[in-house]
Design a protein around this ligand. Structure first.
Ligand SMILES: O=P(O)(O)OC[C@H]1O[C@H](O)[C@H](O)[C@@H](O)[C@@H]1O
Length: 553
């Protein structure tokens, strides 16, 4: 870590100059026309040395770059010390400086268990994995039964943020691998509706609750867990039955046992696992229950293979590094505010939701590790939806809006559901190929005129023009499997890491979520009567008073 700000780097200044001098030249139509080798030059194949089937392609040729820009972006990564920061993370150094913690989610997915920093608990990873396997096998086989001796048919994970989004996204993504007689559900929102609707048709005799909370103090999760226990005891009556229906995933043994969950029904993890990086830990229990331990292990193995790629591949061929640099180019030089994730796979419909937390909670920060306010942009707004749905709603803006929205298109070559002899999938993929092409190359006025004829109004002609030159990455995988998904997620995790290092921020704390929590606690105590509402601005006071007037409880 150099202690410099990103904008102090020589490579940053080079990029500023290149942007100013070459922007007008960086036109995809011309760049492709002048270089028949452009695709070969700006695409990379990822290979997993332990599984040849886990190979996929990143095509970044449809970005507004040339050799000079790409070289300067890689020079920036070098100058920012990304390689030494990466090595520090893998060595277990406390790179989460504000919380004085190591960042070792990578240790959770290393099958050789190279990490044995026993003072941090990394040495205990195999034992927790064995616990997950044992429990998962018992529940899935029916050996673990509820209080009346019936097998478990419904699993309800109660957690929020990192204790929810990863398990939700992965269980959705890997549905083809799930055991169909085990229904996995999720409760996160404090809104009582989420709990009520999730347990409405559940049978307390066959429902298992997983209370997932790193801290075990999160208001939403503890309130939902307590109400779920009340719902359960309303049927089961005897507190002794809780042991068969409630397990916990946490770092906080004291709070878990105080809640009434026995220590043997607690799956441990550690403070060096960040919430938004925790699906690889005990937080992944619902994933293992849904898809089986062997598939969960494959997910971990896929992520580990990407860790190896990240640590051993030269920067110019390193997929997370390449994705990070493309993002920095638009975010910091072109002024793009957002980045859209567009998986052309229905199973990945929660992918963008997951990386909203992964990216925005990691890199949505204006203070550097040295405590200086940045004078450049940090993390982008992440959003997205599964294709082709977005094409019929927000793609209009992507194609003809006034904003630059860099996009990642992600698709599997083979579907798990080859309906109609794969007709659906071929249509889906034709859109996956067509959209980046349309964004990049657009449709010229001449083309429009030729189509609409001489009698068309000028306004109509102009409205049909696509300017093009809108950048995207395309990621093409053979199939969404536990292993390829593990690699894909880890690739994005490391992309976020690289960007955080370049921007000089701490990607592993989340101070920005605290203020709202404190204010809400204070307001909760004032909701009773108008006279209790004190210490707020007139808007907040007025809103609370109006609520007190109209509520019916
Ligand atoms: O797992 P928990 O301790 O319950 O935390 C759940 C979530 O809440 C916090 O407010 C953080 O912003 C998230 O990073 C975290 O994942």
């Amino acid at each position: 870590m150099s202690g410099k700000s990103a904008s102090d780097y020589a490579a940053w200044k080079t990029l500023e100059q290149l942007y100013a001098s070459d922007k007008a030249r960086l036109v995809l139509k011309d760049l492709f026309a002048s270089d028949p080798q452009r695709f070969a030059k700006f695409s990379r194949e990822y290979t997993d040395s332990t599984d040849p089937k886990n190979t996929f392609l990143l095509d970044f040729s449809k970005n507004l770059i040339d050799d000079k820009v790409f070289a300067a972006l890689l020079a920036l990564v070098k100058e920012a010390g990304v390689e030494s920061a990466r090595d520090a993370m893998f060595a277990g150094e406390h790179i989460n400086t504000s919380e004085d913690r190591a960042v070792l989610h990578i240790a959770l997915r290393d099958p050789q268990h190279h990490f044995s920093l026993s003072e941090d608990g990394t040495g205990d990873v195999p034992a927790v994995l064995a616990h997950i396997k044992d429990f998962t096998d018992k529940v899935r086989s029916g050996a673990w039964t509820g209080y009346t001796g019936k097998r478990i048919t419904t699993v309800v994970n109660i957690g929020i943020g990192g204790s929810d989004l990863g398990p939700v996204m992965v269980t959705e993504a890997l549905k083809p691998y799930s055991q169909r007689n085990l229904d996995c559900r999720f409760i996160s929102n404090i809104d009582g509706t989420h709990l009520a609707e999730t347990v409405r048709d559940a049978d307390p005799e066959t429902t298992l609750f997983i209370i997932a909370s790193k801290t075990f103090t999160t208001q939403e999760t503890i309130t939902n867990a307590t109400s779920a226990r009340d719902w359960f005891l309303g049927h089961a009556k005897d507190k002794a039955h809780v042991a068969k229906h409630f397990v916990a995933l946490s770092t906080n043994t004291k709070a878990v046992t105080a809640f009434g969950i026995a220590e043997e029904n607690m799956f441990q993890f550690w403070d060096w696992v960040g919430g938004r990086y925790s699906l690889w830990s005990a937080i992944g229990l619902s994933i293992a229950l849904a898809i089986g331990y062997e598939n969960f292990a494959e997910l971990l193995a896929g992520a580990h293979a990407m860790d190896r790629h990240f640590t051993t591949t030269p920067l110019e061929n390193n997929l997370p590094v390449i994705l990070a640099t493309m993002g920095i180019w638009y975010n910091d030089f072109y002024g793009a505010q957002t980045h859209v994730l567009l998986p052309y796979d229905q199973y990945l419909h929660k992918f963008a939701d997951y990386f909203q937390q992964g990216d925005m909670e990691s890199n949505g920060k204006f203070i550097t590790k040295q405590g200086k306010r940045v004078d450049y942009q940090t993390g982008p707004i992440i959003w997205g939806a599964a294709g082709t749905n977005g094409q019929h709603s927000f793609y209009q803006l992507l194609h003809q809006g006034t904003k630059l929205v860099p996009a990642d298109f992600i698709a599997p070559a083979t579907s798990h559901n080859p309906i109609g002899g794969s007709l659906h999938h071929r249509i889906l993929l034709s859109n996956y190929f067509a959209q980046p092409e349309a964004l990049a190359f657009g449709k010229s006025e001449e083309q429009v005129r030729a189509e609409v004829g001489a009698n068309a109004s000028e306004a109509l002609v102009k409205s049909k023009v696509f300017e093009g030159n809108r950048p995207s990455n395309s990621i093409l995988l053979p199939k969404i499997t536990p292993r390829s998904l593990g690699s894909l997620i880890a690739m994005y995790e490391h992309k976020i890491f690289v960007q955080g290092v370049v921007w000089g921020i701490n990607s592993f704390d989340q101070m920005g979520v605290e203020l709202g929590k404190v204010l809400a606690k204070n307001i909760l105590a004032q909701l009773g009567a108008p006279a209790d509402v004190k210490g707020h601005d007139s808007s907040t006071t007025g809103l609370i008073h109006y609520y007190q007037k109209i509520r019916v409880e």
